[in-house]
Design a protein around this ligand. Sequence first.
Ligand SMILES: Nc1ncnc2c1ncn2[C@@H]1O[C@H](COP(=O)(O)OP(=O)(O)O)[C@@H](O)[C@H]1O
Ligand SMILES: [Mg+2]
Length: 256
Amino acid sequence: MTYPFLRANGISKRFGALAALTGVDLDINSGEVLALLGDNGAGKSTFVKILAGAHAQSDGELLVEGKPVTFSSPKDAAGSGIATIFQELALSENLSIAENVFLGRELKHSVLGIPFLRRTEMRDRVDALLHELDAHISDPEAPVGSLSGGQRQAVAICRALNLNARLVIMDEPTAALAVAETRKVLSLTRRLAERGCAVVLISHNIADVFEVADRMVVFRRGRKVAERRRQDTTPEEIVSLITGAHPDVRALENKQ
Ligand SMILES: Nc1ncnc2c1ncn2[C@@H]1O[C@H](COP(=O)(O)OP(=O)(O)O)[C@@H](O)[C@H]1O
Ligand SMILES: [Mg+2]
């Protein structure tokens, strides 16, 4: 029996009287890019925040490789191999790329009780990761403040990989990027999946999603209304699922 990396069973989330999510069932597989689509307010960010340990669900359960897990903080989720890259990347502008990748978990050794950073080792590790991601960043010692938006995404992805992430969640990673930069981030996304990571990508851009996603899930008003493999759908169908014009969604919403 093989398990999906992560399974969500009947996840609901209420904020007071508002039902932000209702009964979401979803499997997330290793080696796959899964796109989460939906209009503003559909519940996408709330759902991934639950996966990331930033919100507790009101109902339902999460299983990692078949075992039930409870996350009370992002640290717990990280301990299960789940890393989230939010739109606000939380990188330190004045620190180098390598320092950002290792922030909070620097490699150290101690001489006569005095801690020293193992700088060369950290730099080499970051250099290898950037290479593996084909990120086109030549100097891990460069300050993050000097990088473009796409390069910053690459640094955030390196940080996730350095934490041995097995599921990387990206919430609108290309929203603020120019076209060329978007291309780069999309290819990083593919490379993560090829490396065996599970990837969840939230994006408004249907063309981007069709370029990288193996599977697409559509949320509407807090419910999962559709799930399609890329080869079984079209951009037109996905748009009609998002807007609710699709007959399947109309039938579903008439029953509610
Ligand atoms: N912290 C919060 N407190 C109250 N309501 C929230 C909170 N976060 C999200 N919501 C509400 O939950 C719903 C889903 O929001 P969200 O998950 O951000 O949607 P999406 O990411 O798909 O645009 C919206 O109605 C939003 O206003
Ligand atoms: Mg959102």
